[in-house]
Design a binder for this molecule. Structure first.
Ligand SMILES: CC(C)(COP(=O)(O)OP(=O)(O)OC[C@H]1O[C@@H](n2cnc3c(N)ncnc32)[C@H](O)[C@@H]1OP(=O)(O)O)[C@@H](O)C(=O)NCCC(=O)NCCS
Length: 183
Protein backbone atom coordinates (compact mmCIF):
# COMPACT_ATOMS: atom_id res chain seq x y z
CA UNK A 1 0.00 0.00 0.00
CA UNK A 2 1.39 3.41 -0.97
CA UNK A 3 1.12 5.70 2.03
CA UNK A 4 1.00 9.13 0.48
CA UNK A 5 -1.12 12.16 1.28
CA UNK A 6 -1.35 15.69 -0.01
CA UNK A 7 2.03 16.94 1.16
CA UNK A 8 3.80 14.00 2.86
CA UNK A 9 4.41 10.28 2.38
CA UNK A 10 5.79 7.44 4.50
CA UNK A 11 8.84 5.27 3.91
CA UNK A 12 9.90 2.37 6.12
CA UNK A 13 12.80 3.14 8.46
CA UNK A 14 16.24 1.87 7.40
CA UNK A 15 19.53 1.74 9.29
CA UNK A 16 20.67 4.79 7.32
CA UNK A 17 17.92 6.82 9.09
CA UNK A 18 19.64 6.38 12.49
CA UNK A 19 21.23 9.82 12.44
CA UNK A 20 18.00 11.58 11.47
CA UNK A 21 16.02 9.75 14.18
CA UNK A 22 18.63 10.62 16.76
CA UNK A 23 18.57 14.26 15.69
CA UNK A 24 14.80 14.35 16.24
CA UNK A 25 14.87 12.53 19.56
CA UNK A 26 17.69 14.63 20.97
CA UNK A 27 16.07 17.93 19.92
CA UNK A 28 15.16 19.69 23.17
CA UNK A 29 12.22 21.41 21.46
CA UNK A 30 10.69 18.06 20.53
CA UNK A 31 11.59 15.54 23.21
CA UNK A 32 9.94 16.90 26.37
CA UNK A 33 7.17 14.28 26.26
CA UNK A 34 9.09 11.37 24.71
CA UNK A 35 10.89 8.51 26.40
CA UNK A 36 14.65 9.01 26.49
CA UNK A 37 16.68 7.59 23.60
CA UNK A 38 20.20 6.29 23.77
CA UNK A 39 22.42 8.98 22.30
CA UNK A 40 24.76 6.72 20.32
CA UNK A 41 24.40 6.17 16.57
CA UNK A 42 25.59 2.58 16.94
CA UNK A 43 22.90 1.78 19.52
CA UNK A 44 20.29 3.42 17.31
CA UNK A 45 21.45 1.35 14.32
CA UNK A 46 21.28 -1.83 16.39
CA UNK A 47 17.76 -0.86 17.52
CA UNK A 48 16.73 -0.44 13.89
CA UNK A 49 18.31 -3.80 12.91
CA UNK A 50 16.29 -5.53 15.66
CA UNK A 51 13.18 -3.62 14.60
CA UNK A 52 13.59 -4.78 10.96
CA UNK A 53 13.10 -8.37 12.19
CA UNK A 54 9.82 -7.36 13.87
CA UNK A 55 8.86 -5.57 10.62
CA UNK A 56 9.41 -8.76 8.59
CA UNK A 57 7.19 -10.58 11.08
CA UNK A 58 4.55 -7.80 10.63
CA UNK A 59 4.65 -7.07 14.36
CA UNK A 60 5.74 -3.45 14.08
CA UNK A 61 6.07 -0.71 11.44
CA UNK A 62 8.32 2.30 11.83
CA UNK A 63 8.03 5.04 9.22
CA UNK A 64 9.95 8.14 8.23
CA UNK A 65 7.56 10.96 7.26
CA UNK A 66 8.88 12.67 4.11
CA UNK A 67 7.83 15.76 2.19
CA UNK A 68 6.37 15.08 -1.26
CA UNK A 69 7.89 18.18 -2.85
CA UNK A 70 11.57 17.51 -2.13
CA UNK A 71 11.69 14.09 -0.43
CA UNK A 72 13.18 15.56 2.75
CA UNK A 73 12.71 13.51 5.96
CA UNK A 74 10.68 15.59 8.42
CA UNK A 75 9.51 13.14 11.07
CA UNK A 76 8.78 9.66 12.35
CA UNK A 77 5.81 7.56 13.43
CA UNK A 78 5.58 3.93 14.63
CA UNK A 79 2.84 1.30 14.89
CA UNK A 80 3.47 -1.41 17.53
CA UNK A 81 1.89 -3.45 20.35
CA UNK A 82 -0.54 -5.26 18.06
CA UNK A 83 -3.21 -6.95 20.22
CA UNK A 84 -5.10 -9.62 18.31
CA UNK A 85 -7.65 -10.39 21.04
CA UNK A 86 -9.03 -6.84 20.93
CA UNK A 87 -8.00 -6.10 17.32
CA UNK A 88 -6.20 -2.97 18.48
CA UNK A 89 -2.83 -1.40 17.65
CA UNK A 90 -0.76 1.23 19.40
CA UNK A 91 1.00 4.10 17.69
CA UNK A 92 3.60 6.59 18.82
CA UNK A 93 7.17 7.84 18.27
CA UNK A 94 5.26 10.60 16.48
CA UNK A 95 7.59 13.52 15.84
CA UNK A 96 7.72 16.23 13.20
CA UNK A 97 10.54 18.76 12.94
CA UNK A 98 10.39 22.36 11.78
CA UNK A 99 10.75 21.37 8.10
CA UNK A 100 7.30 19.74 8.22
CA UNK A 101 4.52 20.88 5.92
CA UNK A 102 1.63 22.80 7.44
CA UNK A 103 -0.73 19.83 7.73
CA UNK A 104 1.83 17.03 8.11
CA UNK A 105 0.40 16.21 11.56
CA UNK A 106 -3.15 15.59 10.32
CA UNK A 107 -1.97 13.86 7.16
CA UNK A 108 0.44 11.53 8.99
CA UNK A 109 -2.19 10.60 11.60
CA UNK A 110 -4.62 9.63 8.84
CA UNK A 111 -1.94 7.68 6.98
CA UNK A 112 -1.31 5.69 10.19
CA UNK A 113 -5.01 4.91 10.47
CA UNK A 114 -5.34 4.13 6.76
CA UNK A 115 -2.51 1.60 6.99
CA UNK A 116 -3.75 0.09 10.26
CA UNK A 117 -7.43 -0.18 9.37
CA UNK A 118 -7.23 -0.96 5.65
CA UNK A 119 -4.01 -2.96 5.33
CA UNK A 120 -3.65 -4.55 8.79
CA UNK A 121 -7.40 -4.80 9.45
CA UNK A 122 -7.42 -3.40 12.97
CA UNK A 123 -10.70 -2.13 14.42
CA UNK A 124 -9.35 0.35 16.94
CA UNK A 125 -6.23 1.99 18.31
CA UNK A 126 -4.81 2.53 21.79
CA UNK A 127 -2.07 4.97 22.73
CA UNK A 128 -0.79 7.00 25.65
CA UNK A 129 0.00 10.69 25.81
CA UNK A 130 1.80 12.58 28.58
CA UNK A 131 -0.74 14.59 30.59
CA UNK A 132 1.26 17.78 30.02
CA UNK A 133 1.23 17.32 26.22
CA UNK A 134 -2.02 19.26 25.95
CA UNK A 135 -1.70 20.12 22.24
CA UNK A 136 -1.40 16.46 21.27
CA UNK A 137 -4.26 15.50 23.63
CA UNK A 138 -6.49 18.08 21.93
CA UNK A 139 -5.43 16.76 18.52
CA UNK A 140 -6.48 13.19 19.37
CA UNK A 141 -9.74 14.25 21.02
CA UNK A 142 -10.75 16.16 17.88
CA UNK A 143 -10.30 12.88 15.98
CA UNK A 144 -12.70 11.12 18.33
CA UNK A 145 -10.25 9.49 20.76
CA UNK A 146 -11.49 8.87 24.31
CA UNK A 147 -9.56 8.77 27.58
CA UNK A 148 -9.86 5.30 29.06
CA UNK A 149 -7.51 5.46 32.04
CA UNK A 150 -4.61 7.38 33.48
CA UNK A 151 -1.48 7.12 35.58
CA UNK A 152 0.26 9.97 37.35
CA UNK A 153 2.12 10.80 34.10
CA UNK A 154 -0.04 9.66 31.20
CA UNK A 155 -3.53 9.44 29.75
CA UNK A 156 -4.43 6.21 27.96
CA UNK A 157 -6.62 6.76 24.90
CA UNK A 158 -8.66 4.58 22.59
CA UNK A 159 -10.14 5.45 19.21
CA UNK A 160 -12.49 3.31 17.11
CA UNK A 161 -12.13 2.92 13.36
CA UNK A 162 -15.63 4.32 12.90
CA UNK A 163 -14.75 7.58 14.69
CA UNK A 164 -11.61 8.04 12.61
CA UNK A 165 -13.60 7.47 9.42
CA UNK A 166 -16.17 10.05 10.51
CA UNK A 167 -13.39 12.57 11.22
CA UNK A 168 -11.85 11.81 7.82
CA UNK A 169 -14.73 13.46 5.98
CA UNK A 170 -14.13 16.64 7.95
CA UNK A 171 -10.44 16.63 7.06
CA UNK A 172 -10.66 15.45 3.48
CA UNK A 173 -9.31 18.72 2.13
CA UNK A 174 -6.13 18.27 4.19
CA UNK A 175 -5.51 14.68 3.26
CA UNK A 176 -6.52 14.42 -0.36
CA UNK A 177 -3.55 13.63 -2.57
CA UNK A 178 -5.42 14.81 -5.65
CA UNK A 179 -4.81 18.47 -5.03
CA UNK A 180 -1.49 20.19 -5.58
CA UNK A 181 1.10 19.89 -2.83
CA UNK A 182 1.46 22.95 -0.69
CA UNK A 183 3.62 24.17 2.17
C1 LIG B 1 3.08 15.63 17.87
C2 LIG B 1 3.47 16.42 16.64
C3 LIG B 1 4.02 15.46 15.57
C4 LIG B 1 2.20 17.12 16.08
O1 LIG B 1 2.56 17.94 15.00
P1 LIG B 1 2.17 19.50 14.98
O2 LIG B 1 2.58 20.05 13.65
O3 LIG B 1 2.71 20.16 16.19
O4 LIG B 1 0.57 19.41 15.05
P2 LIG B 1 -0.47 20.59 15.15
O5 LIG B 1 -1.48 20.17 16.15
O6 LIG B 1 0.21 21.91 15.34
O7 LIG B 1 -1.13 20.53 13.71
C5 LIG B 1 -0.54 21.12 12.55
C6 LIG B 1 -1.49 22.11 11.92
O8 LIG B 1 -2.72 21.47 11.67
C7 LIG B 1 -3.76 22.18 12.34
N1 LIG B 1 -4.70 21.23 12.92
C8 LIG B 1 -4.42 20.22 13.75
N2 LIG B 1 -5.56 19.57 14.07
C9 LIG B 1 -6.55 20.21 13.43
C10 LIG B 1 -7.94 20.04 13.35
N3 LIG B 1 -8.53 19.05 14.01
N4 LIG B 1 -8.67 20.89 12.61
C11 LIG B 1 -8.08 21.90 11.94
N5 LIG B 1 -6.75 22.11 11.97
C12 LIG B 1 -6.01 21.29 12.70
C13 LIG B 1 -3.09 22.92 13.47
O9 LIG B 1 -3.84 24.06 13.84
C14 LIG B 1 -1.78 23.30 12.85
O10 LIG B 1 -1.95 24.44 12.02
P3 LIG B 1 -1.15 25.79 12.37
O11 LIG B 1 0.27 25.49 11.99
O12 LIG B 1 -1.80 26.80 11.50
O13 LIG B 1 -1.35 26.01 13.84
C15 LIG B 1 4.54 17.50 16.95
O14 LIG B 1 3.97 18.49 17.80
C16 LIG B 1 5.78 16.96 17.64
O15 LIG B 1 6.71 16.49 16.99
N6 LIG B 1 5.83 17.03 19.00
C17 LIG B 1 6.96 16.58 19.76
C18 LIG B 1 6.95 15.08 19.97
C19 LIG B 1 5.68 14.63 20.70
O16 LIG B 1 5.34 15.16 21.74
N7 LIG B 1 5.04 13.62 20.12
C20 LIG B 1 3.80 13.08 20.63
C21 LIG B 1 4.07 12.04 21.63
S1 LIG B 1 2.54 11.34 22.18
Amino acid sequence: MELRSRSVHFKLVEESDAEFILSLRSDANLNSYLSKTDASIDDQKKWIRDYKIRETEKREFYFIICRNDNGQSVGTVRLYDFITTTNSFCWGSWILNSNKTKFAAIESAFLVYQFAFEELNFEKSHFDVRKENSKVIAFHEKMGAEKKSETELDYYFEVQKEHVYNARYKYLKFISSLKEDFK
